[in-house]
Write a protein that binds this ligand. Structure first.
Ligand code: NAP
Length: 317
């Protein structure tokens, strides 16, 4: 049984997803949380992972650690993305199994689903058609993690579960324009343009593709839900179930930031997949639903960005 005294190891607790999970668990009174940075514990090293889990004796492991990157990095370094992610999750899953950890929650992403799968994406579409080639390595690593958790449930009746969040945004997001996702990139671009006498903001593509976004603290609530309930299946999508065009997203971010200049859509740049929306009915049927609507989440994220702007300056400006 999991309770507030359970020892919970959050792998990747400094990242955007991991830090939200840590914050949410702490707020709910879980007080035996364990974490280690990649400098303290390289999760690619099997013996180090074994020693760490032996020493800390977690009741639960939440795997929010991964080598993540944008399209360019995924495309340029397929071996690294496949190998390192498999090493990280294999070590965690195997040691959790060997050392009899009660519960394991594995985080993946919507890229596990086929490139041309029908929309919205249902869990059952996994492995029904080819993947998006640019992030195939990352997706394959994540699929193998999902399959390991499924296999361990079937063979050993263990409570290992995989959650697949849609695009996340929120506190501790990456605002480095070279590697950031679309929403934090827009926040930074509109903010800098506002500071620069409302200069024109150039955005990639036509603005027509549709995307779904989930506030990262809502994803953390889904993890807590999976922690506190024994879910009957091995794989669940986590999102809002609602999407909007990139143009609509831009106009919302622009309004919140207070930019009044023009937007230039650079349609020489690729649009990517026309639509990517998760079917979240399985998780809704279990009793979890997101709480933060997009506009409220962007307000919170922009406030956090303003409070922390000095830190980004050192890191990425
Ligand atoms: N961001 C999204 O939009 C999104 C959407 C869907 C799913 N997800 C999933 O959420 C998970 C976390 O993503 P994120 O956005 O939070 O990424 P992130 O901010 O880059 O965090 C990743 C974390 O993994 C840790 N890590 C990486 N390599 C490691 C290693 N070799 N040893 C130990 N720790 C290592 C890093 O630790 P250090 O900081 O200590 O180096 C970092 O804290 C991933 O599985 C991702 O697929 C994210």
């Amino acid at each position: 049984m999991i309770d507030k005294n359970s020892i919970i190891y959050i792998a990747g607790h400094n990242g955007m997803a991991g830090s939200a999970i840590w914050r949410t668990l702490t707020a709910k009174g879980y007080h035996n949380l364990v974490g280690a940075s990649s400098k303290e514990l390289d999760l690619r090293k099997q013996k180090a992972v074994r020693d760490f889990i032996r020493k800390t004796k977690p009741d639960v492991i939440i795997d929010a650690a991964a080598k993540v990157g944008g399209i360019q990095a995924n495309n340029d370094f397929p071996f690294d993305f496949l190998m390192e992610n498999m090493q990280i999750q294999n070590n965690l899953i195997n040691e959790a199994h060997r050392l009899a950890v009660d519960k394991f929650i594995f985080l993946g992403s919507s890229c596990i689903y086929p490139k041309l799968a029908p929309q919205p994406l249902k869990e059952e579409y996994l492995l029904t058609a080819p993947l998006e080639p640019t992030n195939e390595s990352y997706a394959l690593a994540k699929i193998s993690g999902v399959k390991l958790c499924e296999a361990i449930r079937r063979q050993y009746q263990k409570d290992f579960v995989s959650l697949m969040p849609t695009n996340l945004y929120g506190f501790n997001d990456n605002f480095d324009l070279k590697s950031s996702h679309v929403l934090p990139a827009m926040i930074r671009k509109f903010h800098e343009a506002k500071e620069n006498n409302n200069a024109v903001v150039t955005l990639w593509g036509t603005g027509k593709p549709m995307r779904e976004f989930l506030f990262v603290d809502d994803m953390a609530e889904a993890v807590v839900f999976a922690l506190e309930n024994e879910l009957p299946d091995h794989l669940y999508n986590v999102g809002t179930g609602k999407d909007l065009t990139i143009k609509e997203l831009a106009s919302t971010v622009r309004k919140i930031v207070g930019h009044t200049g023009d937007i230039l859509w650079d349609d020489t740049k690729p649009d990517g997949t026309p639509r990517k929306l998760m079917d979240v009915s399985k998780m809704h049927n279990m009793g979890w639903k997101h709480q933060t609507e997009l506009e409220a989440g962007i307000y919170k994220t922009y406030s956090w960005f303003l409070e922390n702007i000095e830190n980004f300056k050192q890191k990425v400006y």
